[in-house]
Design a protein around this ligand. Sequence first.
Ligand SMILES: [Fe+2]
Length: 492
Amino acid sequence: MTSHKRLVSRRDFLTIGSGALLVGNLPFGSPLAAAADMAAPEAGDIDTWTSESPFLTRAFALVFDERNDANLPIEGEIPKGLRGVFMRNGPNPEFKPDEHYAYPFDGTGMIHAIYLENGRARYRNRWVLTKELARERAAGQRIYNSTFSPPPHANLANTNIIHHGGRYLALYEGGAPYEMDRDINTVGLFNYDGKLPGAMSAHPKVDPASGELLAIAYHLETGGLVYLRADKTGQLDRAVTFQAPWPAIVHDVAITDRHVVAFICPLVFDFSRKGPPAVWEPDRGTMVALVPRDAHAAEDVKWIKGPPFFHWHAVNAFAEGDRIEIVVPWYDAFSLTSAARKLELHRLVIHTDTNIVEDQTIDDRPCEFGRINDAYLGRRARYGYVGLRDPRPGETPQPGAFEAIARYDLQTGKKTVHQFPPGVTICEPVFVADPHGGQEEDGFIFTFVHEAASVGGSFMILDARRLENKPLAVIRLPRRVPAGLHGSWKAA
Ligand SMILES: [Fe+2]
């Protein structure tokens, strides 16, 4: 059975000027808009539009329909025992944004979900119906500005979706989470019974042993940080405020069995500047924040100075003795206005006895979106999986859309690559444990696949143990799913 909303095809081309910022975020200049005191309209007669922005074309071109498609064609076979739902978030603005629209931080989130049940697959997608989107639908026009434009700003709920404490949470680092149900209907804003002091992180980590959720939220204007911890039932039991040495993006953290680790990179924000609000100041180095997981106060946080670098994500970390090792996609410098940069996979070794930070190169090839078997999060994990830049002749790569997936054996350095054909790109490769397996590598890689030449797209299941092999299953989708950000699997 297939159904989707009726579309109104009013083509209205939006041009974004060349002065648009490439990347960046002003997430904490965005107070939550007043709640719309009205019944939330549903996606229905949505005006579609197109854009020439590099962030809204090719793999990022938007979709405007909300679908529910069952019994999808499958090439190959879904591995036995896989039952559950994979959800992935990503920006998909419903209304035309202003000229400063920037990947990856603008655009209200849309969740794309694949349900696996008894060897069959079903697809469903829904916008996160934030209060701001509801207001815009009621008004029939955009009300909120892009992140790099002046207020008002919306909670976009567009970066990640996880399942914790019995709730599906759509996450954004500039606001509180939005709770979704399993059918990806929006339940509403979730602020931990009023205990969340401000924004949430888009990248909390869940400890596989305790079930605790650990995160650090940040405030770009003040440099304020908040260590957040929720127990396995979703009760927030820590909200410890402390101060970064300068205002910086803290998009992701890593955990060990003892710490939450954050990097304050020398991309220094100052909104009183003219021009871009952030400047690369490598002489500051990078300050490592080691937050004890049981921290109660700012004084509990240990700071260590390391070499300058920038990162968005952490693949994994672990602590052994006086060493903490962290693997990150590593940028040698970062600018809000220039795409020129070096991106490599690095291992940072923090010596907590001598306060020295070593920087080791694992691979000089660009990669992003690293994941591991989450059962090993915060422990010594052998394998990391990343989106790998592997450009094909004649193609212009897009940031955030990768041509290959790599598995790194972090013990031996061996790299195994799954390459995709020309025109085909992927985003985050998510490791899903094989319910019949017991070893770290026993699992599958799930990812939505964008096919430039196809009206449809696909969802792919690869064998994590034999990543280079052809997919175990390719689920054909009735229409393309745009490149997006982060997602997760919840077994039934
Ligand atoms: Fe991210």
